[in-house]
Design a protein. Sequence first.
Lengths: 451, 439
Amino acid sequence: MEQAAPALERLLQPAPLEPLGHPDAGLEAAVGEEAEGAQDEEGPGDRTMTENNFWLKKIEISVSEAEKRTGRNAMNMQETYTAYLVETRSVEHNDGPSVLTDSLWRRYSEFELLRNYLLVYYPHIVVPPLPEKRAEFIWHKLSADNMDPDFVERRRIGLENFLLRVASHPILCRDRIFYLFLTQEGNWKEIVNETGFQLKADSRLKALNATFRVKNPDKRFTELKHYSDELQSVISHLLRVRARVADRLYGVYKVHGNYGRVFSEWSAIEKEMGDGLQSAGHHMDVYASSIDDILEDEEHYADQLKEYLFYAEALRAVCRKHELMQYDLEMAAQDLASKKQQCEELSTGTVRTFSLKGMTTKLFGQETPEQREARIKVLEEQISEGEQQLKSKNLEGREFVKNAWADIERFKEQKNRDLKEALISYAVMQISMCKKGIQVWTNAKECFSKM
Amino acid sequence: MEGELPAAPRGSSGPPAGDAGGDSPCALLPAEALALDGDEDDLEVFSKDASLMDMNSLSPTMPTSPLSMINQVKFEDEPDLKDLFITVDDPESHVTTIETFITYRVATQTSRGEFDSSEFEVRRRYQDFLWLKGKLEEAHPTLIIPPLPEKFVVKGMVERFNDDFIETRRRALNKFLNRIADHPTLTFSEDFKVFLTAQAGELSSHKKQGPGLLSKVGQTVRAVALSMRGVRSRPEEFTEMNDFIETFSQKINLIDKISQRIYKEEREYFDEMKEYGPIHALWSESEEDLADMLGGVASCLDRCCQATERRLCGLSEALLPVVHEYVLYSEMLMGVMRRRDHIQAELESKAEALTYKKADTDLLTEEIGKLEDKVECANTALRADWERWKQNMRNDIKSAFADTAERNIHYYEQCLATWESFLTAQSDLYAKEPPEDKP
């Protein structure tokens, strides 16, 4: 990596505070390029990146292990948590051996920190979601306990998926904090906090206010918000029903297992029927135990849907940012207009708008021409500033819309691809389940016929 | 004419996307009504204690289909020589000031000489069936009389006379009469003939004949006394028989419970599945690129749902009634064993009396002779009927389970076909060819 290091450092600028602060034609072009250049390979475990991304060699990221730990938290109390091993490998050539370059332990809260940071610094990007914090949409057999090994395993896969998504995003992958997350275990949290990103985050209240009061948001974002609401609602509903269906299916299969035991006991008293009963019973046991694998596979499918459920929130975040910026712009324009009007009134002497100054003047006497001149001057300065600001806000806004929309298009393609794949894999699972069922019952039928 | 006239089909023209009860091709019983020990956590381990098992009488029913008719009309002995055909149908409600009850139409067709005519139609109520059973048991204490459906449902049913209950009972009553008709001895019972042919008034007067109340009471007292005494030297073969019956009874009760539970779980699975397809359809409305595929998945799920409904019907018509009948049979059998023992106990007590020379020895010796004959007859009758019964049981159980397996295979085959054609359509789309078979 020695040769790569200086090149890396050059590529890795610290994350810009406002990535869209300047009309950067270069940035746009880069976005376009990256979108084409960074194609994902098939298979989540092996996602490699091409040279356009920040490491000149291909890399592989995996969250390979999970470990239970106890430690002291911020309030010096004992706590138990799970730590995940994040390993990064670089691959020299396409099929060459991979070399472990970095390996460190992270816990869920650090992943959250990374994501919150990305949300603040890349508001125009649909930031990939984390796997759920607590198990939801669970059915009978699964445990809601965060320490449960199955939950931990599924979370491990989800975290790996998150990192891979970030790594394969043309813009996010270049982020220095992300790079450090993968390479620097100690002190990383401090570095992130030093960026002061929490302060830069838009307040929830401000965002809510903007959502209600914005007058002219880009229609596409309004539609997108509506779509993301629908997506969230329909996927939640689907997951809930799926969980209930899984529960029932589990019941159907498992109850058949009882036949096995009873047939076996019954066969003891039968002469002619005995063998048939016994072997039929065995097949009932096979049937009953087949459901475990079937439902485990289905759980992965559910996780794929869940990811898009959470993506809906990320979409909404981008829409909110747009609304905020638009509202800001509208307020600035309004403010400018009112200052201009004030100025005009002062110069021409007509009072059309209400102002406190006007009232007090009326009440306590006119101001002197010098005072008026001074005020006009101040206003003119403010107007000039305001116009500058408005211009740059306008530009910012347009940049944001353009870049956000580019990422949204990228996201849509990804979503359609992924969901199609998921649905097909669901069909494949169903087919496999049916085939198993046919086999078991064919065998059982033979046994019954021989009784 | 076959053994059972198809009852007026309730919406049986193909599987509708129907809801509960009345709309579906088979009257699916709502899951709650099955009144099972809802021990949700205990899916894998059933209670081994037979006494905890409910006698869930309700096997949900459906109008006839060829397959069900084969099961109903499984005539074991001489299918070609059948000369007595009976159907029970057309339940009707009667309300009087004292009570409400249901009567059923019992239609008979026969070519037998001893019947005055070749066709009969009478109306009977459950009480009448009970009477018939009682008479047959009296006349043939060691024959295995077919069981009647239970008098009352133990728990769960709100109304005694709801449609599903009546239908289940009707089918069971039909089975009851046909089994009697098939029995080489019982079929010639005079009481049976009267039951099938007598009009209402005649039946009640016939019922009044026979041993009066007092003598019946006397019989009962003696029976209790004898059963307290017990039988001393039961022949080995009957002890074996008894052991078999005990074990069989345990196992068949368990199987009944398991089968009812499977029905319940499948029914609830079906209820959830009904929602599953429509959600995908709803989702497809807010998508563009994904709309077709989601629509495809939705229709696959709907088809699988329909297949599930058919599977459920199969269970309720082919398996549950058969298993439940054998639960009732096992009780019946225990009664038969007791009666046989009772007869032997009678003999033994008289023989004992003889050894103590308590009464007139000549009279006693004569009585003992008669009792010895009685015991001999009883044992012979039982022996023959036992073999016959076991044979039937094997056949019935075997075909009930084989049939269920067949239906399950069919169910999975249907679902498989649905999903496979969906996948084919998808890959056709990818190959940019016009899809041949849109799901």
